[in-house]
Design a protein around this ligand. Structure first.
Ligand code: PLP
Length: 370
Protein backbone atom coordinates (compact mmCIF):
# COMPACT_ATOMS: atom_id res chain seq x y z
CA UNK A 1 0.00 0.00 0.00
CA UNK A 2 1.31 3.47 -0.96
CA UNK A 3 2.72 4.67 2.35
CA UNK A 4 2.91 8.37 1.48
CA UNK A 5 -0.84 8.60 0.98
CA UNK A 6 -3.66 8.79 3.48
CA UNK A 7 -5.47 5.51 2.86
CA UNK A 8 -9.14 6.05 3.66
CA UNK A 9 -10.71 3.21 1.70
CA UNK A 10 -10.75 0.48 4.36
CA UNK A 11 -14.21 -0.79 3.34
CA UNK A 12 -12.71 -1.74 -0.02
CA UNK A 13 -9.87 -3.58 1.68
CA UNK A 14 -7.88 -2.91 4.83
CA UNK A 15 -4.10 -3.41 5.10
CA UNK A 16 -3.01 -6.79 6.36
CA UNK A 17 -2.28 -6.92 10.06
CA UNK A 18 1.27 -8.03 10.91
CA UNK A 19 -0.13 -10.96 12.93
CA UNK A 20 -2.05 -12.14 9.84
CA UNK A 21 0.93 -11.83 7.54
CA UNK A 22 3.14 -13.75 10.01
CA UNK A 23 0.57 -16.56 10.36
CA UNK A 24 0.11 -16.73 6.59
CA UNK A 25 3.84 -16.98 5.94
CA UNK A 26 4.32 -19.55 8.68
CA UNK A 27 1.54 -21.77 7.31
CA UNK A 28 2.84 -21.41 3.75
CA UNK A 29 6.33 -22.40 4.91
CA UNK A 30 5.00 -25.40 6.82
CA UNK A 31 3.10 -26.71 3.77
CA UNK A 32 1.12 -29.93 3.95
CA UNK A 33 -2.32 -30.93 2.74
CA UNK A 34 -4.88 -31.14 5.57
CA UNK A 35 -6.30 -34.31 3.97
CA UNK A 36 -2.97 -36.19 4.17
CA UNK A 37 -2.55 -38.64 7.00
CA UNK A 38 1.19 -38.10 7.57
CA UNK A 39 2.73 -35.56 9.92
CA UNK A 40 2.80 -32.71 7.39
CA UNK A 41 -0.89 -33.24 6.70
CA UNK A 42 -1.74 -33.47 10.38
CA UNK A 43 0.06 -30.18 11.01
CA UNK A 44 -1.89 -28.46 8.22
CA UNK A 45 -5.12 -29.95 9.65
CA UNK A 46 -4.24 -28.56 13.08
CA UNK A 47 -3.73 -25.07 11.57
CA UNK A 48 -7.13 -25.22 9.88
CA UNK A 49 -8.86 -26.59 13.00
CA UNK A 50 -7.39 -23.87 15.20
CA UNK A 51 -8.34 -21.24 12.65
CA UNK A 52 -11.89 -22.58 12.53
CA UNK A 53 -12.18 -22.16 16.30
CA UNK A 54 -10.91 -18.55 16.13
CA UNK A 55 -13.23 -17.56 13.29
CA UNK A 56 -16.17 -19.27 15.02
CA UNK A 57 -15.51 -17.26 18.16
CA UNK A 58 -15.27 -14.02 16.16
CA UNK A 59 -18.69 -14.58 14.56
CA UNK A 60 -20.45 -16.17 17.53
CA UNK A 61 -20.96 -19.60 15.98
CA UNK A 62 -19.80 -23.18 16.62
CA UNK A 63 -16.51 -24.27 14.98
CA UNK A 64 -18.25 -27.20 13.26
CA UNK A 65 -20.61 -24.71 11.58
CA UNK A 66 -17.88 -22.69 9.84
CA UNK A 67 -17.27 -23.30 6.13
CA UNK A 68 -14.16 -21.61 4.75
CA UNK A 69 -14.65 -20.09 1.30
CA UNK A 70 -12.74 -18.07 -1.25
CA UNK A 71 -14.07 -14.78 0.16
CA UNK A 72 -17.24 -12.89 1.02
CA UNK A 73 -18.67 -13.19 -2.48
CA UNK A 74 -18.43 -16.98 -2.43
CA UNK A 75 -19.86 -17.12 1.10
CA UNK A 76 -22.89 -15.11 -0.06
CA UNK A 77 -23.30 -17.27 -3.13
CA UNK A 78 -23.03 -20.49 -1.12
CA UNK A 79 -25.90 -19.34 1.11
CA UNK A 80 -28.06 -18.02 -1.73
CA UNK A 81 -27.69 -21.14 -3.87
CA UNK A 82 -27.03 -23.79 -1.24
CA UNK A 83 -30.12 -23.15 0.87
CA UNK A 84 -32.30 -24.05 -2.14
CA UNK A 85 -35.15 -21.68 -1.30
CA UNK A 86 -38.18 -21.41 -3.56
CA UNK A 87 -37.77 -17.62 -3.76
CA UNK A 88 -35.33 -14.93 -2.58
CA UNK A 89 -36.16 -11.54 -1.08
CA UNK A 90 -33.14 -9.25 -0.73
CA UNK A 91 -32.89 -5.75 0.66
CA UNK A 92 -32.38 -3.28 -2.19
CA UNK A 93 -29.01 -2.23 -0.74
CA UNK A 94 -27.26 -5.61 -0.67
CA UNK A 95 -23.80 -6.04 -2.15
CA UNK A 96 -23.98 -7.30 -5.74
CA UNK A 97 -22.85 -10.75 -4.60
CA UNK A 98 -26.01 -11.06 -2.46
CA UNK A 99 -28.46 -9.48 -4.88
CA UNK A 100 -29.40 -12.00 -7.56
CA UNK A 101 -31.29 -10.72 -10.59
CA UNK A 102 -34.41 -12.74 -9.79
CA UNK A 103 -34.71 -11.57 -6.17
CA UNK A 104 -37.66 -9.52 -4.94
CA UNK A 105 -36.14 -6.27 -3.70
CA UNK A 106 -37.19 -5.14 -0.26
CA UNK A 107 -37.17 -1.32 -0.15
CA UNK A 108 -35.24 0.81 2.33
CA UNK A 109 -36.16 4.15 3.90
CA UNK A 110 -34.54 7.46 2.92
CA UNK A 111 -32.24 6.87 5.91
CA UNK A 112 -30.98 3.64 4.40
CA UNK A 113 -32.70 1.18 6.76
CA UNK A 114 -34.66 -1.80 5.43
CA UNK A 115 -38.43 -1.30 5.57
CA UNK A 116 -39.60 -4.08 7.92
CA UNK A 117 -43.30 -3.55 7.17
CA UNK A 118 -42.58 -4.03 3.48
CA UNK A 119 -40.57 -7.15 4.33
CA UNK A 120 -43.55 -8.56 6.25
CA UNK A 121 -45.91 -7.81 3.34
CA UNK A 122 -43.59 -9.21 0.69
CA UNK A 123 -42.93 -12.37 2.70
CA UNK A 124 -46.66 -13.05 2.95
CA UNK A 125 -46.82 -13.16 -0.86
CA UNK A 126 -43.55 -15.06 -1.40
CA UNK A 127 -43.26 -18.71 -2.44
CA UNK A 128 -42.33 -21.03 0.43
CA UNK A 129 -39.75 -21.62 1.71
CA UNK A 130 -38.46 -18.12 1.03
CA UNK A 131 -34.95 -16.88 1.80
CA UNK A 132 -34.47 -13.31 3.05
CA UNK A 133 -31.09 -11.66 2.47
CA UNK A 134 -30.21 -8.78 4.76
CA UNK A 135 -26.77 -7.33 5.43
CA UNK A 136 -25.71 -6.34 8.93
CA UNK A 137 -24.12 -3.08 7.76
CA UNK A 138 -23.99 -1.45 4.36
CA UNK A 139 -20.65 -1.13 2.62
CA UNK A 140 -21.35 2.30 1.09
CA UNK A 141 -23.18 4.20 3.86
CA UNK A 142 -22.26 2.11 6.91
CA UNK A 143 -25.94 2.03 7.94
CA UNK A 144 -26.60 -0.83 10.38
CA UNK A 145 -29.65 -2.95 9.58
CA UNK A 146 -32.23 -4.27 12.10
CA UNK A 147 -31.31 -7.90 11.53
CA UNK A 148 -32.61 -9.25 14.86
CA UNK A 149 -36.03 -7.61 14.22
CA UNK A 150 -36.04 -8.98 10.68
CA UNK A 151 -35.39 -12.48 12.08
CA UNK A 152 -38.64 -12.30 14.11
CA UNK A 153 -40.62 -11.42 10.98
CA UNK A 154 -38.84 -14.07 8.93
CA UNK A 155 -39.60 -16.78 11.51
CA UNK A 156 -43.29 -15.80 11.64
CA UNK A 157 -43.42 -16.62 7.92
CA UNK A 158 -41.41 -19.85 8.22
CA UNK A 159 -38.67 -18.40 6.02
CA UNK A 160 -34.87 -18.55 6.13
CA UNK A 161 -32.50 -15.59 6.53
CA UNK A 162 -28.95 -15.03 5.32
CA UNK A 163 -26.92 -12.14 6.73
CA UNK A 164 -23.96 -10.56 4.93
CA UNK A 165 -21.78 -9.42 7.83
CA UNK A 166 -18.71 -8.72 5.68
CA UNK A 167 -18.56 -5.02 6.61
CA UNK A 168 -19.74 -5.47 10.19
CA UNK A 169 -17.02 -7.87 11.34
CA UNK A 170 -14.42 -6.14 13.46
CA UNK A 171 -16.39 -2.88 13.48
CA UNK A 172 -19.40 -3.69 15.66
CA UNK A 173 -20.01 -6.61 18.02
CA UNK A 174 -22.44 -9.35 16.92
CA UNK A 175 -22.88 -13.11 16.92
CA UNK A 176 -24.70 -15.50 14.60
CA UNK A 177 -26.40 -17.35 17.44
CA UNK A 178 -27.44 -14.08 19.14
CA UNK A 179 -28.83 -12.64 15.92
CA UNK A 180 -30.67 -15.89 15.20
CA UNK A 181 -29.90 -15.93 11.47
CA UNK A 182 -29.48 -19.14 9.48
CA UNK A 183 -26.27 -18.21 7.69
CA UNK A 184 -23.76 -15.38 7.94
CA UNK A 185 -20.99 -14.36 5.53
CA UNK A 186 -17.64 -12.79 6.44
CA UNK A 187 -14.45 -11.94 4.56
CA UNK A 188 -10.83 -11.86 5.78
CA UNK A 189 -9.56 -8.85 3.86
CA UNK A 190 -12.02 -6.47 5.53
CA UNK A 191 -10.50 -7.19 8.96
CA UNK A 192 -6.78 -7.20 8.17
CA UNK A 193 -6.52 -10.72 6.80
CA UNK A 194 -5.57 -11.77 3.28
CA UNK A 195 -7.74 -11.33 0.20
CA UNK A 196 -9.53 -14.31 -1.33
CA UNK A 197 -10.58 -16.06 1.87
CA UNK A 198 -13.80 -15.83 3.85
CA UNK A 199 -16.32 -17.98 5.63
CA UNK A 200 -19.97 -18.88 5.78
CA UNK A 201 -21.17 -19.57 9.32
CA UNK A 202 -24.25 -21.75 9.70
CA UNK A 203 -26.79 -22.13 12.46
CA UNK A 204 -26.39 -25.52 14.20
CA UNK A 205 -27.59 -28.51 12.17
CA UNK A 206 -28.43 -26.51 9.06
CA UNK A 207 -27.89 -28.51 5.88
CA UNK A 208 -26.48 -26.68 2.88
CA UNK A 209 -25.73 -27.94 -0.63
CA UNK A 210 -22.16 -27.19 -1.80
CA UNK A 211 -21.37 -24.83 -4.67
CA UNK A 212 -18.14 -26.70 -5.35
CA UNK A 213 -18.23 -30.49 -5.46
CA UNK A 214 -15.56 -33.08 -6.09
CA UNK A 215 -13.98 -33.54 -2.67
CA UNK A 216 -15.10 -34.03 0.89
CA UNK A 217 -13.40 -30.98 2.40
CA UNK A 218 -15.24 -28.68 4.80
CA UNK A 219 -17.50 -31.60 5.79
CA UNK A 220 -18.69 -31.94 2.20
CA UNK A 221 -19.81 -28.31 2.07
CA UNK A 222 -16.97 -26.89 -0.05
CA UNK A 223 -14.73 -29.13 -2.12
CA UNK A 224 -11.10 -28.27 -2.88
CA UNK A 225 -7.87 -28.32 -0.91
CA UNK A 226 -8.15 -25.70 1.81
CA UNK A 227 -6.29 -22.39 1.40
CA UNK A 228 -4.28 -23.15 4.54
CA UNK A 229 -2.09 -19.98 4.54
CA UNK A 230 -5.10 -17.79 3.81
CA UNK A 231 -7.18 -19.46 6.49
CA UNK A 232 -4.33 -19.09 9.03
CA UNK A 233 -4.03 -15.38 8.14
CA UNK A 234 -7.79 -14.91 8.41
CA UNK A 235 -7.86 -16.45 11.90
CA UNK A 236 -4.88 -14.38 13.08
CA UNK A 237 -6.65 -11.22 11.89
CA UNK A 238 -9.84 -12.32 13.67
CA UNK A 239 -7.89 -12.76 16.91
CA UNK A 240 -6.08 -9.43 16.52
CA UNK A 241 -9.01 -7.25 15.48
CA UNK A 242 -10.22 -4.79 18.05
CA UNK A 243 -13.35 -2.68 17.78
CA UNK A 244 -13.17 0.40 15.58
CA UNK A 245 -15.49 2.38 17.88
CA UNK A 246 -12.87 5.06 18.75
CA UNK A 247 -12.86 6.05 15.06
CA UNK A 248 -16.43 7.38 15.31
CA UNK A 249 -15.25 10.60 16.98
CA UNK A 250 -12.73 11.19 14.21
CA UNK A 251 -15.36 10.48 11.54
CA UNK A 252 -17.97 12.74 13.18
CA UNK A 253 -15.47 15.57 13.55
CA UNK A 254 -14.54 15.21 9.86
CA UNK A 255 -18.20 15.45 8.82
CA UNK A 256 -18.72 18.55 11.01
CA UNK A 257 -15.73 20.29 9.47
CA UNK A 258 -16.71 19.43 5.91
CA UNK A 259 -20.23 20.74 6.51
CA UNK A 260 -18.77 23.98 7.86
CA UNK A 261 -16.95 24.43 4.53
CA UNK A 262 -19.85 23.23 2.35
CA UNK A 263 -23.19 23.81 4.08
CA UNK A 264 -25.12 21.90 1.38
CA UNK A 265 -23.03 18.75 1.96
CA UNK A 266 -25.22 15.71 2.60
CA UNK A 267 -24.07 12.75 4.63
CA UNK A 268 -25.98 9.66 3.52
CA UNK A 269 -27.55 7.67 6.35
CA UNK A 270 -26.39 9.99 9.13
CA UNK A 271 -29.79 9.87 10.85
CA UNK A 272 -29.35 6.10 11.30
CA UNK A 273 -27.00 3.98 13.38
CA UNK A 274 -23.83 3.60 11.32
CA UNK A 275 -20.55 1.73 11.46
CA UNK A 276 -18.04 3.91 13.33
CA UNK A 277 -15.63 4.11 10.39
CA UNK A 278 -17.80 4.93 7.38
CA UNK A 279 -18.92 8.21 5.84
CA UNK A 280 -20.66 8.59 2.50
CA UNK A 281 -21.15 12.23 1.54
CA UNK A 282 -21.51 14.57 -1.38
CA UNK A 283 -22.54 17.96 -2.67
CA UNK A 284 -25.13 17.60 -5.41
CA UNK A 285 -23.65 18.19 -8.86
CA UNK A 286 -20.00 17.79 -7.83
CA UNK A 287 -18.99 14.60 -9.65
CA UNK A 288 -17.74 11.68 -7.53
CA UNK A 289 -15.09 10.71 -10.03
CA UNK A 290 -13.63 14.23 -10.15
CA UNK A 291 -13.40 14.30 -6.36
CA UNK A 292 -11.77 10.87 -6.17
CA UNK A 293 -9.15 11.92 -8.74
CA UNK A 294 -8.49 15.30 -7.08
CA UNK A 295 -8.09 13.61 -3.70
CA UNK A 296 -5.81 10.96 -5.16
CA UNK A 297 -3.59 13.70 -6.59
CA UNK A 298 -3.49 15.22 -3.10
CA UNK A 299 -2.44 11.84 -1.66
CA UNK A 300 -5.78 10.79 -0.22
CA UNK A 301 -7.32 7.46 -1.26
CA UNK A 302 -11.12 7.23 -1.11
CA UNK A 303 -13.73 5.68 -3.37
CA UNK A 304 -16.77 6.78 -5.29
CA UNK A 305 -19.67 5.04 -3.60
CA UNK A 306 -18.74 1.39 -3.78
CA UNK A 307 -15.56 0.29 -5.52
CA UNK A 308 -16.66 -1.73 -8.50
CA UNK A 309 -14.62 -4.65 -9.70
CA UNK A 310 -14.20 -3.03 -13.11
CA UNK A 311 -12.74 0.11 -11.54
CA UNK A 312 -15.41 2.12 -13.33
CA UNK A 313 -17.75 4.32 -11.40
CA UNK A 314 -21.38 3.54 -11.91
CA UNK A 315 -24.39 4.94 -10.19
CA UNK A 316 -24.87 3.53 -6.72
CA UNK A 317 -27.91 1.25 -6.40
CA UNK A 318 -27.70 1.85 -2.65
CA UNK A 319 -28.18 5.61 -2.87
CA UNK A 320 -30.82 5.16 -5.59
CA UNK A 321 -32.74 2.87 -3.21
CA UNK A 322 -32.55 5.65 -0.59
CA UNK A 323 -34.26 7.98 -3.06
CA UNK A 324 -31.21 9.87 -4.33
CA UNK A 325 -31.62 11.55 -7.72
CA UNK A 326 -28.90 11.09 -10.34
CA UNK A 327 -27.08 14.35 -9.46
CA UNK A 328 -26.88 13.53 -5.75
CA UNK A 329 -26.02 9.86 -6.23
CA UNK A 330 -23.36 10.80 -8.77
CA UNK A 331 -21.70 13.17 -6.31
CA UNK A 332 -21.20 10.80 -3.37
CA UNK A 333 -17.82 9.65 -2.19
CA UNK A 334 -17.09 7.10 0.50
CA UNK A 335 -14.47 7.71 3.16
CA UNK A 336 -13.79 4.66 5.31
CA UNK A 337 -11.32 4.66 8.20
CA UNK A 338 -9.57 1.61 9.60
CA UNK A 339 -7.09 0.13 12.03
CA UNK A 340 -4.14 2.08 10.56
CA UNK A 341 -5.93 5.46 10.44
CA UNK A 342 -4.34 8.40 12.24
CA UNK A 343 -5.88 11.81 12.92
CA UNK A 344 -3.40 13.24 10.40
CA UNK A 345 -4.98 11.14 7.62
CA UNK A 346 -8.35 12.69 8.29
CA UNK A 347 -6.72 16.16 8.50
CA UNK A 348 -5.30 15.59 5.05
CA UNK A 349 -8.71 14.56 3.67
CA UNK A 350 -10.46 17.58 5.17
CA UNK A 351 -7.76 19.94 3.84
CA UNK A 352 -7.70 18.46 0.34
CA UNK A 353 -11.46 18.19 -0.04
CA UNK A 354 -12.05 21.73 1.28
CA UNK A 355 -9.47 23.14 -1.12
CA UNK A 356 -11.05 21.27 -4.03
CA UNK A 357 -14.54 22.41 -3.07
CA UNK A 358 -13.60 26.07 -2.59
CA UNK A 359 -11.69 26.13 -5.87
CA UNK A 360 -14.76 24.70 -7.64
CA UNK A 361 -17.05 27.20 -5.92
CA UNK A 362 -14.70 30.02 -6.95
CA UNK A 363 -14.71 28.83 -10.56
CA UNK A 364 -18.50 28.57 -10.55
CA UNK A 365 -19.00 32.13 -9.24
CA UNK A 366 -16.40 33.51 -11.70
CA UNK A 367 -18.27 31.80 -14.54
CA UNK A 368 -21.58 33.21 -13.32
CA UNK A 369 -20.14 36.77 -13.13
CA UNK A 370 -18.63 36.57 -16.65
N1 PLP B 1 -20.41 -8.11 0.95
C1 PLP B 1 -20.10 -6.84 1.26
C2 PLP B 1 -21.06 -6.03 2.06
C3 PLP B 1 -18.90 -6.28 0.81
O1 PLP B 1 -18.62 -5.01 1.10
C4 PLP B 1 -18.02 -7.07 0.04
C5 PLP B 1 -16.76 -6.51 -0.50
O2 PLP B 1 -16.67 -5.34 -0.79
C6 PLP B 1 -18.38 -8.40 -0.24
C7 PLP B 1 -19.58 -8.87 0.24
C8 PLP B 1 -17.50 -9.30 -1.04
O3 PLP B 1 -16.43 -9.80 -0.30
P1 PLP B 1 -15.11 -10.33 -1.04
O4 PLP B 1 -14.38 -9.12 -1.56
O5 PLP B 1 -14.34 -11.06 0.01
O6 PLP B 1 -15.55 -11.25 -2.13
Amino acid sequence: MHSASAYLDHNATTPMRPEALAALVEAARAGGNPSSVHGHGRNARRIVDEARASVAEAVGARPSDIVFTGGGTEANQLALRGLRAAGILASAIEHDSALPAGAVRVPVTADGVVDLEALDRLLAAAPKPALVVLMLANNETGVIQPVAEAVRIVRAHGALIHCDAVQALGKIPFGLLDLGVDTLAVSAHKIGGPQGVGALALRPDLAIAPLLTGGGQESGRRAGTENVPGIAGFAAAARAMGGLQPLAALRDDMERRLKAVAPSLRVWGDASGRLPNTSCFGVSGLKSETQVIALDLAGVAVSAGSACSSGKVRQSHVLAAMGADAASAGSAIRVSLGWTTQATDVERLVGAWSEFYLRRAGQASAAAAA
